[in-house]
Structures are given as C-alpha cells and as structure tokens.
Design a protein around this ligand. Structure first.
Ligand code: IPE
Ligand code: MG
Length: 249
C-alpha cells in the first residue's frame, strides 16, 4: 500500500471496457463481464486497505436495459454471484453493503441476494460499499421529487440538505473522486447530483485490467488536485478542503 497524503473519502467508479477486453482476448462479452466482476472484488479489497470510508460501484445503469436480453440476464447473474462470493469476506472486513437504485425492477432472486447481504453487513463501519444496480441519476432525482411531493413537504422547506436525504444516497457524503475506465469521457447518468464538485479521473485502461497500480495512480492524481469548491485557494497545500457535503463538513 502506497502512502498517499490526501485521500478521498468517497470514491465512485464507472467500470467500463469489459466488452472490449473480451474482444481483445477473443472471448464472448460475458467473459469480459465475468473478469470485470472479479476485478470489482479485488478493487474493493485494495481500496479497503486505505482509510477510504465510501466506495460506490456502477454495476448496472437504468440505460443498460437496452442491451440484448441475454447480456442483461448474464449481467444480473454475475452481479448476484459477485455478492454471494464476496459477502462473507466483506462482512469480515468491516464492509457495509448498500444498494443504490430501483431495487424492485431487478429480478426477485437478485433483490433477495442484495437484501440479505445488506442485512448481514448493516452494522459494519469500516467502509460502506454502494452497489449501483439499476441506478440512474435522473431516475434518482425523479424518485426523490416524487417522495417530497407525496409527503407534502412545503416548498420553502426544500433545500440541498433536505433534498440529499431523499436521494438513494441519503446519509452518504458527496463523491470526492470519480474514476472511469475504458477510455470514455462522460458521466453516463452516474451520481449526477453527488458529483457536482468531484474530481474526475479518466483512463483508457479497460476495467478488467484496472489493477492496484492503476488505482494507486488515480489516488495519487487526486491527492495532487487543488479543490476550491468555487472559492479561492486558501493558504498553502496543507490548508486544502477535502470534502463538501451538506451537513457533513
Ligand atoms: C462495462 O463494460 C460493464 C457494464 C456496463 C455493465 P461494457 O460492457 O460497457 O464494455 P464495452 O464498453 O463494451 O467495452
Ligand atoms: Mg461501455
């Protein structure tokens, strides 16, 4: 483990490039997703070596439903297996699992797997691992607005702190570092509210190849960024602000 001066509190990852990795290796796409799922496990293990409190992984987006049915089914199968294989290890290592997204649209057995894992690990405090399965940033905002309206919250009571509490990520801090692999320079509807002031790290490395060395590069790049949150640079290096989260500064 490298010593890094300034670590992010919340790392969010868009693991892209499984399909291209499979193609490079002459394998079917699902083998790429399998390698990607294995890498998710390793990545959580690496990140858990650091005092990083929150990690969120984009496993399946609300837009991924438009992929061929076989691939969608295969992805759900792999995500379920990923949880089943890792849950006891996560439990032992102090990791709390939390689902982010529209759970009720997922297959029944995957819902059960997720719920069981969340229940088992709910008292863990070392790290919270957000699993964004069937997650969409716009859907999240719509769902929050629906809840606010259904509860009859008076408009003048709605501010950023309150709104935050209606998102799937209620209680989680804003994202500090957003990593996207696979040579795509976009956010793709991931945590669009929570990344308003995040630092972005893009790499052309395909997700199954994004290893410990690569994630260390991302963490080092983050530690060298100067975050100002719309203000002015305050003082010298040591005076940098690491995170802004309503109610959590
Ligand atoms: C990311 O890999 C995995 C998911 C979106 C679930 P892709 O499947 O998007 O891989 P490429 O972009 O085709 O290489
Ligand atoms: Mg892709």
């Amino acid at each position: 483990m490298k010593r890094i001066a300034l670590l992010p509190n919340h790392v969010a990852i868009v693991p892209d490039g499984n399909g291209r990795w499979a193609e490079q290796h002459g394998l079917p796409r699902l083998e790429g997703h399998q390698a990607g799922a294995e890498n998710m496990r390793r990545m959580v293990e690496y990140l858990n070596e650091y005092p990083i409190k929150y990690v969120t992984l984009y496993g399946f987006s609300t837009e991924n439903w438009s992929r061929p049915e076989d691939e969608v089914r295969g992805l759900f199968q792999l995500l379920g297996e990923f949880i089943d294989k890792c849950v006891s290890e996560f439990y032992e290592n102090g990791i709390k699992l939390r689902h982010l997204g529209r759970l009720n649209e997922l297959p029944q057995n995957l819902q059960q797997t997720i719920n069981r894992a969340a229940e088992l690990t709910k008292n863990n405090t070392r790290m919270t691992l957000g699993l964004a399965f069937n997650y969409g940033g716009r859907a999240e905002i719509i769902d929050a607005v629906r809840c606010l309206v259904a509860e009859g919250i008076p408009p003048q009571n709605i501010d950023e702190i309150l709104f935050n509490n209606y998102l799937y990520t209620a209680g989680l801090p804003d994202v500090d570092l957003l990593i996207r692999t696979g040579d795509e320079l976009r956010l793709s509807n991931f945590l669009i509210w929570q990344t308003a002031y995040s630092e972005y790290y893009f790499t052309d490395v395909l997700w199954p190849d994004f290893d410990k060395k690569e994630v260390e590069k991302a963490l080092i790049a983050y530690s060298q960024r100067k975050r100002r949150f719309g203000g002015l640079q305050r003082g010298k290096k040591g005076n940098r602000v690491n995170s802004i989260t309503p109610g959590n500064t």
